[in-house]
Design a protein around this ligand. Structure first.
Ligand code: SF4
Length: 297
């Protein structure tokens, strides 16, 4: 049975919990996520992805800040958490920004998760998590990476401060070797850019159990950054994105084109024996959109 965000919000939300919060997918009508909590260990993210949407609601979003008393606070919150539900790291940041290598705050948070028997999911664009496999393998946890393209030049332009896709993939292979359930996101799919090597990207990720995809959704600020960095691509995309009114504040590709891309993506992914998920698309997924079915009970 799938518990959706709206069904459980009324009792899972404890107002005294300020760091571990029910995941609120920007109130998107197209979100199909099961209920889960989310924790952003840091405020902001220095991967500085061109298409990132956190810049629309977090001031100075590409500057990473630590949170006061985070470990003390989350320990207090973990004591009252409903352990049936998953805590996901993270949706408005990355649990492994560059500074995590020195500070190890995410590592300490994972140690607390182990102590309190918390089910969790990690999603990152970094390879630093390889350092924490000793903890992750003893947790009820699934680990995922996001890869948008295998093309290093394009990846460096899209995600300037994130480790290269090849290094993320290598780290995820180590997680698999350690016996940890693993998944990936190919998100966003950008026509005329990352969609061109989508099949190769899936091939490079064919060792994972589940892949979630999502087409590019634009906010006014990410639209501007995309236009400045990829003027030729945006010349082709702008007329498409201008066709429809935004959905929940995000501009989408026209529905027919979106569904065509998703269908093709689904076929490619499933042909490799990997389960398929789609994120905020109003399209189906199996068994879950976000890969949360991989987290052990
Ligand atoms: S990794 Fe995620 S949160 Fe960080 S800049 Fe990129 S898209 Fe934004």
């Amino acid at each position: 049975m799938m518990f959706t965000v709206s069904v459980f919000n009324h009792f899972a939300l404890d107002e005294s919990m300020s760091y571990i919060r029910p995941f609120d997918p920007w109130k998107s009508k197209l979100c199909t996520c099961p209920f889960k909590y989310t924790l952003n260990v840091y405020t902001g993210c220095d991967h500085a992805c061109i298409y990132c949407y956190i810049t629309s609601y977090i001031p100075k979003a590409f500057k990473v800040r630590i949170k006061e008393n985070l470990l003390l606070e989350i320990e207090r919150e973990l004591r009252k958490l409903n352990k049936r539900f998953i805590v996901s790291l993270s949706y408005s940041s990355d649990p492994y920004p560059t500074i995590e290598k020195q500070l190890g705050i995410t590592r300490k948070a994972l140690q607390l998760f182990q102590q309190y028997n918390v089910r969790c999911m990690i999603l990152t664009k970094s390879d630093i998590f390889e350092r924490d496999l000793d903890i992750l393998k003893n947790l009820k946890c699934a680990v995922g990476i996001t890869v948008t393209t295998l093309n290093e030049d394009i990846a460096k332009q899209l995600e300037p401060n994130a480790p290269l896709p090849e290094d993320r993939i290598k780290a995820l292979k180590s997680a698999k070797k350690a016996g940890i359930p693993i998944y990936a996101r190919i998100d966003p799919i950008i026509p005329y850019l990352t969609w061109d090597d989508f099949e190769e990207t899936v091939k490079a990720l064919s060792f994972v159990s589940h892949i979630t995809v999502s087409t590019l959704k634009l906010r006014p600020d990410s639209w501007k950054r995309m236009k400045a960095k990829f003027p030729e691509v945006m010349e082709k995309l702008e007329p498409l994105y201008k066709k429809n009114k935004p959905i929940g504040g995000y501009y989408y590709l026209p529905k027919e084109l979106r569904l065509k891309i998703l269908k093709e993506a689904e076929n490619i992914i499933e042909s490799k024996g990997i389960t398929f998920g789609s994120c905020r698309e109003g399209y189906h997924s199996y068994p879950t959109c976000d890969g949360s079915h991989l987290v052990p009970l």
